[in-house]
Design a protein around this ligand. Structure first.
Ligand SMILES: *Cc1c(COP(=O)(O)O)cnc(C)c1O
Length: 397
């Protein structure tokens, strides 16, 4: 067993060996520009791009002409939101999203508000789920887009995609979903789920960093987006710029692997997560954050009363986890996602996110249970608030 154990797979995943092997030739021998139409160097690169496009389309039930390559999910999200707003502005300026979205969605919406958009941020209940009644009530004649993530990066909570899609379709509103965390961890199908635009990222699914894709539906309805990056007209004009051929080949291979080992891997990870969860929830004053059933199989977000999440992470040298969101853990603000679920500042600060991945073993989980339990007990043994609470409990018995 190699230490530290990596349990932060929602932040990023390693590139799987088979993905790397597929990518390598495209850095050297097969270095062509996929836009070079006049020689075999270009054709070889283009062929590789076509294959990757198909691999991604197959994973999510799309058509290969509906996949646009980007530099990652952040760019895909920016294109979906800003591109929709610009393109459909004559129809309306209202966007509906949710308070627990990733910053890429929230900050794009904040930007669009400055550009004249009217944005509704739906609340979530204490399980982290939106209320469909709230969604229906928020719709106005000016609503052009519903942007609700598939699965949350901090809690793993899965929103009711099909019900949201039905509401969007009934009102002729476009439905975009940030599925960055859902891909490879749960079954995603853009047709069955009724999604019109979907963002994904290679580095969350054992592919390389800096590459991702946006699915844009071409029929029922045909979505038109205003491009956000101009020059050269690559990707059918949706996103200009020379394609990152090795990265895209890696994304394609990663998608193929997710499709082939999907449900088997998901149940293995679910078993390990549940083992970890049932051991840790036995610790006194432990609270699991997020809906217990509508949740990704790999995530455990848990708060320990009177234990600071940051201190807990530091005390667990043998495991790499996250406190709150990776994107906000540089600041001392409590996670806005956990605040959205109604957690007190204290319990939000007490949370850690453990996210399992393809390469975790049962032995590593057993070790992690020990690490967390020891660290929590230790921090409480030196916490005046915890000691006082124990004394109060004892004297009232
Ligand atoms: C990681 C992540 C993103 C950003 O993806 P990048 O490819 O790193 O830009 C967006 N949304 C969610 C839910 C994520 O987990």
């Amino acid at each position: 067993m190699n230490l530290p154990i990596y349990l932060d797979n929602n932040s990023t995943t390693p590139v799987e060996q088979r993905v790397l092997d597929a990518m390598l030739p495209y850095f050297t021998n097969k270095f062509g520009n996929a836009a070079s139409r006049n020689h075999s160097f270009g054709w070889i690169a283009e062929e590789a791009i076509d294959k990757a496009r198909q691999q991604i389309a197959d994973l999510i039930g799309a058509n290969n002409t509906e996949i646009i390559f980007t530099s990652g999910a952040t760019e895909a999200i920016n294109l979906a939101l800003k591109g929709t707003f610009e393109s459909y502005r004559s129809k309306g300026n209202h966007i509906i999203t949710c308070v627990t979205e990733h910053k890429a969605v929230i900050d794009s919406c904040k930007y669009l508000e400055r550009m004249g958009a009217d944005v509704t941020y739906l609340p979530v209940n204490k399980e982290g789920l939106i209320d469909l009644q709230d969604l229906r009530a928020a719709i106005t004649p000016a609503t052009i887009l519903i942007a609700i993530m598939y699965a949350n990066n901090e809690t793993g909570v899965i929103q009711p995609m099909r019900e949201i899609a039905q509401i969007a379709t009934d009102h002729h509103i476009l439905f975009f979903s940030d599925a960055t965390q859902a891909i490879g961890k749960t079954q995603v199908n853009v047709v069955d789920d009724g999604i019109h635009m979907l963002a994904l990222s290679a580095h969350k699914m054992y592919g390389p960093k800096g590459v991702g894709a946006l699915y844009v539906r071409r029929r029922n309805p045909r979505v038109t987006l205003s491009p956000q990056i101009h020059g050269g007209g690559h990707e059918r004009g949706f996103r200009s710029g020379t394609l990152n051929v090795p990265g895209i080949v890696g994304l394609g291979k990663a998608a193929e692997l997710c499709a082939s080992i999907g449900s088997e891997e998901q149940s293995k990870i679910l078993h390990l997560r549940n083992k970890l969860e049932s051991a840790l929830q036995k610790i006194e004053g432990a609270y699991i954050n997020g809906d217990r059933s509508a949740r990704l199989p790999n995530v455990l977000n848990i708060s320990f009363e009177h234990v600071d999440g940051q201190a807990l992470m530091m005390a667990m040298k043998g495991i790499a986890v996250s406190s709150g969101s990776a994107c906000t853990s540089a600041s001392l603000e409590p996670s806005y996602v956990l605040k959205g679920l109604g957690l007190s500042d204290e319990l939000a600060h007490s949370a850690i996110r453990i996210s399992l991945g393809r390469f975790n073993t049962e032995e590593e989980i057993d070790f992690s249970i020990e690490q967390v339990t020891k660290a929590v007990n230790h921090l409480r043994s030196i916490s005046p608030a915890w000691i006082m609470k124990q004394e109060t409990n004892n004297s009232s018995k």
